[in-house]
Design a protein around this ligand. Structure first.
Ligand code: ACO
Length: 329
């Protein structure tokens, strides 16, 4: 077998819906306050997709922008991987819908189900397809209309999530964002702490499951909080080791935007000042799989990705799943 090919990042793009829902708006319809939401989570506002927009409609705009940024036509893509927990339909995959909407006629397409870790899992899968020589140009799209999975009367979950999409194109010959390592992990021991209980084959949708709101996200917030704090440290540390780097060589951390307090604990764990961590939870809340690629694209736009930097992207979510990708910019 020939040696693995280099993998780098040729382009990126994002899309967030126009409609902004502020904490003030939630105050008016729930037993909550903007002060509670902001102080406990860091969220000030989130984006909400229009009724006629599905996850693929958000993803296709981010994907077109990523292709343009990479200077590639859709026909040149040979694999599309979509990370989503809120895909348009149970089947076919949202990646299939993206393939058609983009006109990526030479591409195979599939979805990855790892919820908030989905982008990192898709990145690892796509990168390894390039490294092994089975694909040349991979489009990864993280697209979420997560607000359709929320019980809007449950203040403990609905204030946390928003809609959005981010996409990247991976190739061997891109100049920036060379992949150094990926580290993935899973532990379904905590599965009940973050789950949509009904609507799958274990508990198909019935009038009763709908009446009981079992088709919405249920979360044990404090348990997921503790898990997030612990796993970000462990996962980034493992991925840096795989990349042959010391923790002191980490220049920029792009974490999943679940809670500003979790992000600050990561800053402390890695001895990073906040200017070395990308944060946009205040404006977008938690957009699940789309959270990391949106933060990555904003970091680039703000000129925070500079040549030679070591960048770690880390996420965690339902499953429970987690993962880190380390790049050299
Ligand atoms: N407004 C006002 N009060 C609230 C709200 C709200 N929106 N939500 C909960 N509370 C109340 C609770 O009812 C509770 O009241 P009580 O003490 O009278 O029982 C009190 O606030 C404290 O509740 P906790 O859940 O202990 O609050 P905590 O400080 O843990 O914050 C939060 C809750 C923000 C959810 C936090 O636990 C958290 O961020 N957890 C991790 C979330 C996360 O990372 N999710 C990942 C999802 S990713 C995916 O894969 C989908």
């Amino acid at each position: 077998m020939s040696s693995p090919r280099r993998v780098a990042l040729a382009g990126m793009g994002i899309y967030v819906p126009e409609r902004i829902m502020t904490n003030k708006e939630l105050e008016a319809r729930l037993d909550t306050t903007g002060e509670w939401i902001q102080s406990r989570t860091g969220i000030c506002e989130r984006r909400i997709a229009a009724p006629e927009q599905a996850a693929s409609d958000l993803g296709v705009i981010a994907a077109r922008r990523a292709l343009q940024d990479a200077g590639l036509a859709a026909e040149q893509i040979d694999l599309i991987i979509c990370a989503t927990a809120s895909g348009d339909t149970t089947f076919p995959s949202t990646a299939c819908l993206l393939q058609t909407q983009l006109g990526a006629t030479a591409a195979g397409a599939f979805d990855i189900s790892a919820v908030c870790s989905g982008f990192i899992y898709a990145y690892a899968a796509g990168a390894n397809m390039i490294a092994s020589g089975q694909a040349k140009r991979v489009l990864i799209v993280a697209a979420e209309k997560f607000t359709t999975l929320l019980d809007w009367e449950d203040r403990s979950t609905c204030v946390l999530m928003g809609d959005g999409a981010g996409a990247v194109v991976l190739t061997s010959d891109a100049k920036q964002g060379e992949l150094l390592s990926c580290s993935l992990g899973t532990d379904s021991g905590g599965i009940e702490n973050l789950i949509i209980p009904a609507g799958g084959s274990a508990r198909p949708t019935t009038h009763e499951t709908v009446d009981q709101k079992l088709h919405y996200m249920k979360m044990n917030g404090p348990e997921i909080y503790k898990f997030g704090v612990r796993i970000i440290g462990e996962s980034v540390s493992e991925a840096l080791k795989l990349a042959g780097l010391n923790e002191s060589q980490l220049d920029l951390l792009i974490p999943h935007q679940a809670n500003i307090r979790i992000i600050k604990s990561a800053a402390k764990r890695f001895n990073l000042t906040m200017d070395k961590i990308v944060v946009n939870i205040d404006r977008y809340s938690n957009t699940s799989a789309a959270s990391v690629p949106i933060a990555l694209a904003e970091a680039k736009e703000q000129g925070r990705l500079r040549p030679g930097m070591h960048v770690a992207m880390v996420a965690f979510g339902a499953g429970l799943t987690w993962g880190t990708v380390v790049l050299r910019w």
